[in-house]
Design a protein around this ligand. Structure first.
Ligand SMILES: C[S@@+](CC[C@H](N)C(=O)[O-])C[C@H]1O[C@@H](n2cnc3c(N)ncnc32)[C@H](O)[C@@H]1O
Length: 297
């Protein structure tokens, strides 16, 4: 079998959980090159094995450079405590519930490192049969993800029209990405969990101080996001992960590139940041775990 066929065979195995993001109908394979719904909405499978479920490309602020830098930072210990913590939550939950195939969906998966590291951790530590699926609106992000992690199913897709049928996923991850709680509620299994990661007030405060000095963005609160999440899901746990990470001069450049905090920064501010001598940064993340409100019949 050629490389792309091997990759696409994974999609073939779970084609029955896809749904057309345009008309909502079921999907089927159409040869090895695309997937198709009964209303003939057709979506290309790339040679790298990802599927593009957008009919037009969206222009986003998330550039290829940003994903490359996120990828470099994700290979350091920057997100390691978060990966450990999330993997352990999933392992505990899956060992308790004993699913035949644990399906984990990462929504807004970016360049894919977090999902890949979580799936690897589960595979290394348990015999749980796990399937990882990542979706992101950015083709650049999904291209990097599918190149680096062919064992996972990657889709270019919009989280406001998630291309899967109802109640399919046992774990839905939303890590530092936008959310659509009604879609999350629709796709999550009644026994499933949703894990949302949001920054805390201290997250990259060293950069915030430089880029947002004397503005109302100098401080940040995640209170409203947590409140909103709580009105959609039963919150079963909130854990704050707060630590400092040492960064090399080179990685500090990637940190600046990888974060939306630098989007409005002037070249003077970037210059100031690069010459500030900062060699430690603060990581402050809230990991919120929720369950669906199951409606009584
Ligand atoms: C800050 S990045 C986080 C990416 C990844 N979760 C991580 O932590 O590295 C936010 C991600 O959300 C994605 N995103 C934004 N709007 C989206 C949408 N409507 N549908 C799917 N993904 C979206 C972006 O393309 C980007 O990859």
């Amino acid at each position: 079998m050629a490389g792309s066929e091997i990759k696409n065979s994974k999609i073939r195995e779970i084609i029955n959980i896809f749904k057309c993001p345009i008309c909502g109908e079921n999907m089927n394979m159409s040869g090895d090159k695309s997937i198709l719904c009964i209303n003939k909405h057709n979506y290309d499978l790339s040679k790298r094995g990802y599927v593009n479920l957008l009919l037009r490309s969206f222009k986003t602020d998330y550039s290829k450079d940003m994903f490359t830098s996120r990828n470099i930072i994700s290979k350091t210990c920057f997100f390691k405590p978060m990966i450990e913590f999330i993997s352990n939550i999933i392992i505990d939950m899956a060992q308790d519930k004993k699913f035949n195939l644990l399906k984990v969906l990462d929504v807004g998966s970016g360049e894919g490192s977090h999902l890949a590291q979580i799936i690897n951790t589960i595979n290394e530590r348990t015999s749980i049969n796990v399937l990882g699926v990542g979706i992101d609106i950015s083709k650049d992000g999904i291209q990097i993800a599918s190149k680096n992690h062919p064992g996972i199913i990657w889709c270019v897709a919009d989280l406001t029209r998630i291309p899967f049928i109802d109640k399919q996923f046992h774990v839905v991850l939303s890590i530092l990405s936008p959310a659509n709680n009604s879609e999350f509620n629709r796709i999550i299994n009644d026994n499933g969990i949703i894990i949302k990661v949001v920054p805390g007030s201290g997250y990259l405060e060293e950069l915030r101080r430089i880029f947002f000095d004397k503005t109302n963005k100098l401080t940040y609160s995640n209170e409203n996001i947590i409140k909103h999440f709580g009105s959609n899901f039963n919150i079963i746990d909130i854990r704050r992960l707060f630590y400092k990470v040492r960064v090399s001069e080179d990685n500090f450049k990637h940190l600046i590139k990888m974060t939306p905090l630098s989007w409005g920064a002037t070249s003077d501010q970037i210059y100031h940041a690069l010459n500030s001598g900062i060699n430690h940064v603060t990581v402050d993340l809230f990991v919120i775990t929720g369950k669906v409100h199951v409606k009584k019949p």
